[in-house]
Design a protein around this ligand. Sequence first.
Ligand SMILES: Cc1ncc(C[n+]2csc(CCOP(=O)(O)OP(=O)(O)O)c2C)c(N)n1
Length: 368
Amino acid sequence: MTLVERGSDQSLLPPSEPVRLVDEAGRAVPDAPPPRFAPEELPALYKTLVIGRRFDRQATALTRQGRLAVYPSSNGQEACQVGAVLAVRPSDWLFPTYRESVALVTRGIDPVEVLTLFRGDWHLGYDPRAHRAAPQSTPLATQTLHAVGLADAARRRGDDLVALAFVGDGATSEGDFHEALNFASVWRTPVVFLIQNNQWAISVPLDKQTHAPTLAHKGVGYGMPGRRVDGNDVLAVHAVVAEAAEHARGGGGPVLIEAVTYRMDGHTNADDPGRYRGAGELEEWRRQDPVERFERHLRSLGLLDDEGVAQVAAEADDFAADLRRRIVPEAQGDPMEMFAHVYAEPTPQLREQAAQLAAELDAEREEG
Ligand SMILES: Cc1ncc(C[n+]2csc(CCOP(=O)(O)OP(=O)(O)O)c2C)c(N)n1
């Protein structure tokens, strides 16, 4: 499998139109690459998407009840996350950001463990080694370098794994992102970089973020092929990521993919997107909804009907109810512990903050 013609820079350039297999109405796009799923596998894919969305809605509801400290929603980005995770092997590593909770649930990690970080607990919740999923990264783009390091080490050991590094559109302006692309390309490291271009970096829109023709063009300067895909088309994301993973695994080097999508909710539950973006934009993207689009597609193929939709919805509700039942209402542990593992010798500022918190906790205890 070769995505790059040696000596040709043209083959690195992303085609201007994102790859799309299914249109907004749910119809198969003529002359598109074939899906990598057999028809009988498609209902299970639909269920994974619906469970991803139901999980996401549940997590958002938990923030409103004060049971999660914060949650960066994947609403609208489920096709990117589900399609990408299913396109790589369970033995491949994922390098997620705070945005990729649905990707981690798709990997099979217990949703309670996925949400531990967002409860304000000081530990991660899941075992990264057991699931081959790195911790969700909050410092932007740092995970791209971790992905390159891990994949390079694996390649040197003769392990044929691929690292799938998720990154946001805003984070492609970070130095770490560029260093990761450069090293990955020079070393021909098996990394697939997947940008979910959800159009916004908190309140900064894409046109204030970059003057690049597309985000996929950012690979070209590093000698890395760039691809664009409709991020609200789960079959397209799956096909493009699977092709890139094969290319990387086969020794062809890294690939940069831009999945064009939209963040339907605020940046997190603490954000009010109504302050910086218009309702018209949201409405336009609502018509592209990845879960509804795939549902229309399956209905048109005769693979799903009202009964099937209701059954999957009921299973997703059970999944959410189980999560609600098992998630511990209060973060446990001593708040003073947050100062314990920062420096061997705490700085004067940290000592001062620790003393202040200790006094506040004492006062709270005295008040009973
Ligand atoms: C190194 C670093 N700088 C700044 C921030 C603050 N910050 C958190 S999220 C964010 C926007 C990121 O946008 P994008 O990369 O598009 O990802 P999205 O949140 O849309 O998934 C910023 C600037 C950070 N977390 N890390």
